[in-house]
Design a protein around this ligand. Structure first.
Ligand code: DX5
Ligand code: ZN
Length: 219
């Protein structure tokens, strides 16, 4: 297990100062910039699209981690290909053809991620996980930052980690990303239970980011 990767959710930044937030993420030594794309349909809120994402990308050298909370990922995902994010994640609940979209994302040189809402059983991943590089487990209901970590996520992470191990034995590497309510209160335990990437919004933007990134890494 390598060092846990940190992906700050820029949605929790002061939104009129995105350039400053992007620089802050770079200076704090983070691994990704997590972009929460919400379309007002899959979730009630409306956040960023590809144009703002492009503007954010220009402000830092940190790779993008695009999280699509949209009703039509087959249409929306393509809009981000030109920006070459490292990861594009879409929701299991929003698509009927996840394998096809994963293949398209991979063919275009990015890592494909699949996200599960808290109500979706981890067991749906049984035959699907092999087509993905990242599984993003929502540990809050999607839609807003600043929510409380849902406790049943621990059991879900355990199940997912067992699948990750099964894949590893078959020669396939899949990373686990946890999104929602992550702070210094649970980060070390999440890493111990198999998380590879931690998304954090309100915790990182509410204090000294550099210090808080170290805390999330258990330093
Ligand atoms: C929720 C988003 C999360 C959120 C994380 O729909 O996917 O990325 O912004 O924010 P915190 O860490 O505050 O829960
Ligand atoms: Zn997210």
């Amino acid at each position: 297990m390598g060092q846990i990767k940190i992906s700050p959710s820029i949605l929790a930044a002061p939104l009129a100062h995105l350039a400053q937030a992007a620089k802050q993420i770079e200076n704090a030594g983070c691994d990704y910039v997590h972009i929460d794309v919400m379309d007002g349909h899959f979730v009630p809120a409306l956040t960023f699209g590809e144009q703002i994402t492009e503007a954010i990308a220009k402000e830092s050298k940190v790779p993008l981690d695009v999280h699509l909370m949209v009703a039509k990922p087959e249409i929306e995902a393509r809009k981000y290909f030109a920006l070459k994010p490292e990861i594009i994640t879409f929701h299991y609940e929003a698509t009927t053809a996840p394998i096809r979209l994963a293949e398209i994302i991979r063919e275009n040189g990015m890592r494909a991620g699949l996200s599960l809402n808290p109500r979706t059983p981890v067991s749906v991943l049984g035959d699907l996980i092999r087509y993905f590089d990242v599984i993003l487990l929502m540990s809050v209901e999607p839609g807003y930052y600043g929510q409380k970590f849902i406790e049943s996520s621990w059991q879900r992470l355990k199940e997912l980690n067992a699948l990750k191990e099964r894949e590893r034995l078959a020669g396939r590497i899949v990373e686990i990303e946890i999104d929602g309510g992550v702070s210094d209160q649970n980060a070390t335990a999440l890493a111990k239970e198999g998380a590879d990437i931690l998304v954090s919004g309100s915790y990182l933007f509410k204090g000294d980011m550099t210090e808080r990134v170290q805390k999330l890494r258990g330093n």
